[in-house]
Write a protein that binds this ligand. Structure first.
Ligand code: GSH
Length: 475
């Protein structure tokens, strides 16, 4: 008799056995994180948090997300190349949001300088949830697109084997075929390698710009080691190292610790608190001015703001970016949820009224990355009642709240108890592209990432300690 997933979930003895197998398997396959207590020591590691079982995802929606990714790559790139659009779109935001204003300031400073570098490298991740409408239909809706430090492509390359093994031990071997192979680490590295080759100096390094707390180092190492395999040298440095030892020569080549830097790969710099002093901002400006390829450059970083996301959803805007490609426009637009401006004026006033009348239908989003910043439910009313007549409301955008169907699963987290949870998942798709001058020389969808959290948490990813790694089980 075939075993059913629901029965396995309820079989306490089996689950206990699988729990231990699962943790060992994650360690054996290198699904690793450093611990909270010793984030900078390679002497103590644990498994990165993950689900005991992969989560069912409709195959058609999964493939829809993969298929639209190269279009999103081009969209992000085109937005980043459109100063008029960026300036107009972010005009209200930068008046009230200091972090976006500082990024924008760097953008303006370098805009009027001669651009030494014509190579652009984008590594992003477009995140989606599956929305269930009252009529029973399910659709793919974009939550956001991360254009800086899009993470977990390394660990996601190792989780499919873990879940396949667990499925066998759980007597569900036929489900193994529905967990796909996945290797974003290799794909992200292909993008980095392409940009490095175009930079054209064998000795020049790829510099991962990292935080001082390095719990997620193994995720980085998978990408890093793909580069070393190709004999591309990699260094890891922090803002502080760039401040202390960084310089530009007369051709604007960037040197850090005496090494020429071909690519700055930002795995830091996306939150205000990453800039611990004025010196960090000076370092960001210096890197931006340099001949090094920046991943992302400042305009691509800005293209990933929520305000840009909201403007892109406005009628007619996508058509401006893809004037002769109605199919592309339709594919992208199909993934957009309702997005609403909070700019001052009639339209923004309407958004406020709409949110106050039905707060549970929406999410209020500030211009922040890293998770845990969004506002939900009654808190939306508190914030908007306070800000509704002030320009400060323009620091936010409003978005329809996606309504996914919860799925039962166990979440494994080092040190935490095992509990059957009602869970929600978010599907991320990694994109990589390289442009040289006007030519897109590389544009790929390079893999996926499923993350799952207990449905009691409103938002927050793996790095924030809320979600855990997962795999889609295609159904
Ligand atoms: N600095 C860490 C790293 O580079 O590994 C974390 C970076 C981070 O939080 N990145 C965000 C992300 O992809 C995008 S800005 N988060 C996914 C998650 O935490 O689940």
């Amino acid at each position: 008799m075939p075993v059913k997933r629901e029965d396995v979930l309820k079989d306490e003895n089996l689950i206990k056995n699988i729990e231990e197998v699962a943790k060992d398997t994650a360690l054996l396959h290198g699904v690793l994180m450093r611990t909270k207590e010793t984030p900078n020591s390679p002497e103590v590691v644990s498994y990165a948090p993950f689900t005991l079982f992969p989560t069912p995802v409709p195959s058609a929606l999964f493939h829809q997300a993969l298929a639209v990714q190269t279009h999103f790559n081009r969209l992000v790139d085109r937005v980043s190349q459109n100063p008029g659009f960026l300036e107009e779109t972010l005009a209200s935001t930068i008046k009230v949001d200091n972090f976006t204003a500082r990024l924008f300031n760097i953008y303006k400073q370098v805009q009027h300088e001669h651009h030494p570098q014509s190579i652009v490298l984008g590594l992003n991740r477009s995140d989606y949830m599956l929305d269930h409408s009252p009529d029973g239909g399910t659709s793919l809706k974009q939550i956001e697109i991360n254009t800086i430090a899009a993470s977990f492509g390394g660990l996601a390359s190792r989780t499919p084997d873990v879940h396949r093994h667990i499925l066998k031990v759980a007597n569900l071997p036929e489900e193994c075929n529905n967990v796909l192979d996945n290797n974003p680490a290799a794909g992200l590295a292909r993008g980095l390698a392409k940009a490095w080759e175009l930079y054209g100096s064998e000795r020049a390094v790829v510099m991962f710009l990292v935080e001082d707390v390095q719990r997620n180092i193994y995720d980085h190492r998978y990408v890093e080691n793909e580069l070393w395999k190709r004999n591309i040298p990699v260094i890891r440095r922090q803002f502080e190292d760039v401040c202390r030892t960084g310089s530009l020569d007369e051709s604007k080549r960037l040197f850090v610790d005496g090494r020429e830097v071909a690519i700055v790969y930002f795995r830091n710099g996306y939150m205000p608190q990453n800039y611990t002093s004025e010196k960090s901002w000076e370092a960001r400006l210096m890197m931006e001015r340099s001949l090094a390829v920046k991943c992302p450059d400042i305009s691509t970083h800005l293209a990933g703001t929520k305000k840009v996301q909201q403007e892109l959803a406005r009628r007619g805007v996508l058509e401006c970016f893809f004037p002769d490609e109605p199919e592309t426009v339709a594919q992208i637009r199909a993934t957009f949820a309702g997005l609403y401006t909070l700019d001052m004026g009639e339209e923004g006033d309407k958004t406020v009224a709409m949110a106050l009348a039905n707060p549970d239908r929406y999410v209020l989003k500030p211009q922040r990355e890293g998770g845990g910043n969004n506002i939900y439910g009654s808190e939306i009313c508190e914030v908007l009642e306070n800000l509704k007549n002030s320009t400060e409301r323009t620091a936010y955008i409003l978005m329809d709240k996606i309504q996914p169907v919860p799925v039962q699963n166990y979440l494994l987290r080092s040190g935490g108890p095992l509990r059957l949870n009602s869970c929600l998942s978010e599907l991320g798709v990694f994109g990589a592209y390289v442009r040289k001058g006007k030519d897109m020389v590389f544009n790929e969808c390079v893999g996926h990432l499923l993350r799952t959290k207990s449905s009691e948490h409103a938002d927050g990813g793996v790095a924030a300690g809320v979600a855990v790694l997962d795999n889609p089980l295609l159904v």
